[in-house]
Ligand binder design. Sequence first.
Ligand SMILES: *[C@@H]1O[C@H](CO)[C@@H](O)[C@H](O)[C@H]1NC(C)=O
Ligand SMILES: *[C@@H]1O[C@H](CO)[C@@H](O)[C@H](O)[C@H]1NC(C)=O
Length: 347
Amino acid sequence: MKVSSFPSCSFPVLLPLITFLLVSTLLGAAAVYRSSDETLFPFSSQQQQQQQPQRQPQSHSQSQPQGDQQQHQQQQQQPTKSQTPRPVPTEQQEYKYFHEAGWTEQLVHYDARFFRGEVPYAAHRTELEHLIRSYLSTCRALGVETWLAHGTLLGWWWNGRIMPWDFDLDVQVSGATLAELAARHNGSVHEYTYWEEQPRSDAEQQQQESDGDGAVVEVEKYKMYLLDVNPSYAEVGRRQGQNVIDARWIDLDTGMFVDITSLVEREPASQPGVWSCKNYHRYKTQDLWPLRETEFEGVPALVPFEFEKILVDEYGEKSLVVTEWEGHRWNPDLKEWVRMNKTEDAS
Ligand SMILES: *[C@@H]1O[C@H](CO)[C@@H](O)[C@H](O)[C@H]1NC(C)=O
Ligand SMILES: *[C@@H]1O[C@H](CO)[C@@H](O)[C@H](O)[C@H]1NC(C)=O
């Protein structure tokens, strides 16, 4: 929003320019005012009344903790697939901003608005790779600080990749960064270009340029992603847990998404240096920052400074040791989780 220098030019040009700058500065100030509003993260006594979520019985077999997904279990009502007005909030039932395609363990991984059917196991990892690569590279281009969290961080720890049984992705930002995303980038759609290998015959049918030899050719493709910020992002407490996800990076083709949650010092007076999200994951300043530069799925990424401590706190020592999980076995030579065959696959 800041204008660093005035171009030197003659007065008739300067007058409209000054008017424009004045107007845009005022608009900018309004946006900044909105985002730095005192009511953003005030400590309120409501926090002491936070209810524990009323969990419905879950069937999470031997799975690892499901990150921030548990809130989906609470509401039995089916989401509407249309874009008609969302349900009016009542005092009994908290308004929910993000709507998933359904409440089963599979369907909670899709935004209802863009859901076109479940992405099968064989294809989902590629979609998630594009999702996280597009998110991380867009954030880097915009100067937005974001880092890997939860199961996504665990996947990074093992081999810098998404774990093949994951169907969504988790990242975190600071509360200040989220306010900036809300003020400047909410609702923005981003194009992401990538190259895909295709068998030569397919590619030739599409009349793509070929490299002259080999059975595959690289074809340029693109996808679109939406950054959607929950209007409840600035609330301090969890309430009924319907809005613990502060923002999402959503694949417009499939409805698959990256969950973005913000960490805020919620009680700076009594607990300085303790950061938490709305789902009660807590971190100390020195465990998060300075973030470490790394790579994830082949693109530059950031992880918390004390990533191992954070993983052990969340998932236990076993998460860094156990080499069979969710029907997959760790192959130390390949440095990959390999799917065990169907008969062994419990799920
Ligand atoms: C973000 O934009 C959507 C519409 O695209 C809107 O419904 C939502 O309230 C906005 N979020 C914020 C934080 O303003
Ligand atoms: C499935 O796993 C069993 C036991 O590990 C193995 O003997 C068998 O060959 C596997 N089958 C396939 C099709 O990979």
